[in-house]
Design a protein around this ligand. Structure first.
Ligand SMILES: [Mn+2]
Length: 605
């Protein structure tokens, strides 16, 4: 389907005049990202670690930190309760590694996606209670678990919820609720993810210098760190044994929490939240930390995935499309504990074995995704003229339907819900486009829902299989009133003229990394270029290498998954291209290259 190309509105002259040190092109790119004054721009170009928000801006942070320290000092059982996706697994790792740094062993409980489902459940908490746990810290879940919060109150468990999901009904009566979406909270940044919130908590815990020093002196006087006292029995997961050895001496180390930033970056990018503001700081520094990660298991995952950070530093693509899928695969097909153990494993040999296991699970995940994709696409074709696609099939793994929904949104350019149709219940995921809020859509159809929850752009749901059709009608009813169908538009940041096609422009683009939600890699319009040569490449002859001439300047370019139109271009044809800038190194020399996103016969716009 041909896309509509649209240049973003031109940066106003007044803004350019306020920032004379930037070229008009730079001003345009910054303006496109909502950055118009010097201070904002400075923070964007050169984000400082110190510029992040104080964890204690969360209203319950003080209370949570004090309770955790009391638990540490009194050697009370602490359990981390987390969800099974990459955001939650990295959050769980962040919390455990921070405790490990203090020489404190904690338990972990991750529910099984297939038998327990998302979030907190009473049975799991019965187990946790029976293990003698006094403090439970949730990561990336718990916000809407009012019943479990009551259970904890009745059983003297102090529940510290760290989460970032929308609040659907009443607030849970938990010991502490640390969630930027809580309307009673004043934490200024709402886009922080599960791992980001968990990091904030542990940054605050590790920030208690006096506590750490007095704890340290006590430990030294007894010369033993009580690591063997943790929770080990029952179905609770005691964590990886070798992960709990005393690798780091208990000591107050200023800024130790920075070592956790690689995990924060992975979870943040995996959860597809904005990469502007505080998340930009976390991800930017996290990428730096990842190149020299302290975590043996994480390094093993990277090695097995054939990443070599000394050759090619990681970027957000590495996080979102290489590392996160491997962490997610375990929870999608088997149990997320496997991903958690791999990250926490400190023995290099064992870490490699665990990473290889994740790799093979991920391979199976890819095969299953392809199969479900083709079945779901077939169904989608039938509903093509509907505003929203609700697709359901038997044997569609509910760990994978979310991925499938995400890809079908791209293909069909409308909100998509994909569900596994069980005999009695159907469970699945919703993904949206633009401003259409799926949680609101689900609320509208909640009379048919057994459970649901999530964010504006992605949510999970369960309903009775027999209600599927009525549910679909209700969703369409909501979409009728709230979803404006737009043409598929390819938004371009700016037009590049021949004078802009140089390494300075590439440098300008690179300075805007890391790219992701709200800061996508700039796409440019280059008009009136001539095809000099054309070559079809790739195993399935799906890609195209084009040499183009722009005002007499020759440029190499690559177009992945080229259309027939592109493949049939002739030498001398005049075309317009929409492209990103790439760096090409040839014989040690840096060159500018284009990654073409779309190409068309030259037209005047
Ligand atoms: Mn999350």
């Amino acid at each position: 389907m041909p896309k509509n190309w649209k240049l973003k509105p031109e940066v106003p002259k007044e803004i350019c005049e306020k920032i004379p040190e930037f070229s008009t092109l730079a001003a345009q790119l910054l303006y496109n990202r909502g950055l118009t004054d010097k201070e904002q721009i400075q923070k964007f170009i050169d984000p400082k670690y110190e510029d992040q928000n104080d964890p204690h801006l969360f209203k319950d942070m003080r209370k949570a930190v004090d309770r955790i320290w009391t638990a540490i000092e009194n050697n009370e059982g602490i359990c981390i309760y987390g969800d099974y996706d990459a955001d939650a697994v990295t959050a769980n790792s962040v919390v455990q590694l921070a405790f490990l740094h203090l020489g404190v062993k904690v338990g972990s409980y991750i529910p099984d996606r297939f038998t327990e489902g998302y979030g907190l459940n009473i049975q799991a908490f019965e187990t946790i209670r029976d293990q003698g746990c006094k403090v439970v810290i949730t990561v990336d879940c718990g916000t809407n678990s009012t019943e479990v919060a009551e259970f904890c109150n009745r059983h003297n468990i102090d529940l510290i919820i760290t989460d970032h999901h929308e609040i659907i009904g009443e607030l849970p009566k938990a010991y502490a609720l640390i969630n930027p979406k809580n309307p009673n909270d004043s934490y200024p940044y709402h886009e922080i993810t599960g791992v980001g919130v968990a990091f904030k908590l542990m940054k605050a815990v590790l920030g208690e210098k006096e506590k750490i020093e007095s704890f340290l002196s006590l430990q030294n006087s007894s010369a033993v760190i009580p690591a063997e006292e943790g929770i080990q029995k029952g179905s609770m997961d005691p964590g990886s044994e070798s992960g709990m050895t005393q690798q780091d001496k208990v000591a107050y180390v200023d800024g130790y929490e920075k070592w956790l930033l690689d995990l924060v970056a992975i979870g943040t990018v995996a959860d597809c939240h904005s990469l502007m503001g505080e998340n930009r700081i976390l991800v930017k520094y996290g990428l730096k930390v990842l190149t020299k990660t302290k975590w043996v298991g994480l390094r093993a995952i990277a090695n097995v995935a054939k990443l070599d950070f000394s050759q090619r530093p990681p970027d957000t693509y590495t996080l979102g499309f290489v590392i996160a899928p491997r962490l997610n695969a375990a929870g999608r097909l088997e149990h997320a504990d496997q991903a958690l153990h791999t990250v926490l494993e400190q023995d290099p040999q064992k870490a490699m074995e665990l990473a290889q296991n994740l790799e093979s699970i991920n391979q199976r995940r890819q095969d299953q995704t392809l199969r479900i994709m083709s079945e779901a696409r077939e169904q989608a074709e039938k509903f093509r003229d509907r505003k929203v696609l609700v697709l359901a099939g038997e044997g569609w793994n509910k760990g994978i339907v979310g991925l499938v929904a995400g890809r079908l949104v791209e293909e069909f350019h409308k909100p998509v819900l994909v569900l596994e149709k069980g005999e009695h219940e159907a469970t699945g995921s919703a993904r949206t486009i633009g401003e259409f809020n799926v949680v609101e859509a689900l609320k509208h159809a909640s009379e048919y829902l057994i459970r649901f929850g999530g964010h504006q752009q992605a949510a999970g749901l369960t309903l009775k299989t027999k209600d599927l059709e009525k549910f679909y009608e209700k969703i369409l009813e909501y979409a009728e009133l709230n979803l404006q169908e737009e043409d598929k538009v390819l938004e371009l940041d700016a037009e590049l003229k021949v004078a802009d096609l140089n390494l300075d422009t590439l440098k300008l683009v690179t300075a805007m990394e890391p790219f992701g939600v709200d800061n996508v890699k700039p796409k440019f319009l280059i008009q009136n270029t001539q095809v000099i040569s054309s070559k079809i490449v790739g195993r399935e002859l799906q890609h195209l290498q084009l040499k183009l001439s722009v005002g007499g300047k020759e440029l190499d370019s690559i177009l992945f998954s080229a259309s027939d139109f592109a493949k049939n271009l002739q030498i001398g044809d005049t075309v317009d291209v929409a492209a990103e800038l790439l760096e090409d190194t040839w014989n040690g020399r840096q060159k500018l290259k284009l990654r073409i996103i779309d190409i068309r016969t030259h037209v005047n716009i």
